[in-house]
Design a protein around this ligand. Sequence first.
Ligand SMILES: Nc1ncnc2c1ncn2[C@@H]1O[C@H](COP(=O)(O)OP(=O)(O)OP(=O)(O)O)[C@@H](O)[C@H]1O
Ligand SMILES: [Mg+2]
Length: 289
Amino acid sequence: MELSVCQVTKDFGGKRAVDHVTFRLTSGVYGLLGPNGAGKTTLMKMMVDILAPSEGEICLDGVNIHELGAAYRDKLGYMPQEIGVYKNFSARKFLKYIAALKGITGRAADTKIEELLELVGLKDTGRKRLGGFSGGMLRRVGIAQTLLNDPKILILDEPTAGLDPQERIRFRNIISELSENRIVLLSTHIISDMEFIAGEVIIMRDGGVLKIGAIDQLLGEVEGKVWSAFISHEVFHKIKGRYMIGNMIQKNGGVEIRIVGDRQPPFPCEPVRPILEDVFSYYFGGNIS
Ligand SMILES: Nc1ncnc2c1ncn2[C@@H]1O[C@H](COP(=O)(O)OP(=O)(O)OP(=O)(O)O)[C@@H](O)[C@H]1O
Ligand SMILES: [Mg+2]
């Protein structure tokens, strides 16, 4: 199975939201990263055939997904960034309704729904009204809904937004479990989520692909470019703005800072092993969201 995005562009009036994007996905987990407005949601909407590209095409095993139509949708699970639910429905009823829309009914639907409520940890709340659910619980309903038709291609737009740390770990494990023989593409602003589950990362900026590669490969690119230093507040105020400062922790008598750049700073500092956040600091000046 190969999902290929070929020179895909999307214009909204005069605004180019996605600009000649090209990549190919085979089974595995791919992370889509980029600042607000980079074009992630627009690209995903084209990949699920909700939006038509202005230029270029998206193909599954060489056939345009729009031409595949229902045959493509049968293989697809999509979780939009904004999930709309019927507030008066219970999770169980909502899933049953969506299952019916996907053509899954009767015992097959009931069995699948119970299995999914269990998977996302909502078995005990399956009867409560969705109107009383927290943001994280609604995301979990969204994830369950996406999996109803056992999709081979999963496209998830910020699935971990609003999840608490425990839920986030649970979600990451669900995705890892599902990723065998499936294509999973997920977007997030939470870089550490990517480090744990994605094999490859696609970084978007201004509608285009800035970087694409395995996480280790991206880390390799900033190897030797990350330093840690403990400096006084006076020194900090002098160097602020002259260096790309990643993480920073206030400590007694000064600040511990992480610096990312091509040259070693001229004050005492030690080289440290890069993490994915440093890759972002390097390319975006620390401004990811
Ligand atoms: N329907 C639309 N009409 C006009 N402009 C749009 C439309 N949808 C998106 N855009 C613009 O396209 C650009 C990309 O938006 P998109 O939602 O794809 O970004 P994103 O990477 O998903 O951002 P975020 O991280 O905030 O979710 C933005 O400048 C946005 O304002
Ligand atoms: Mg978005």
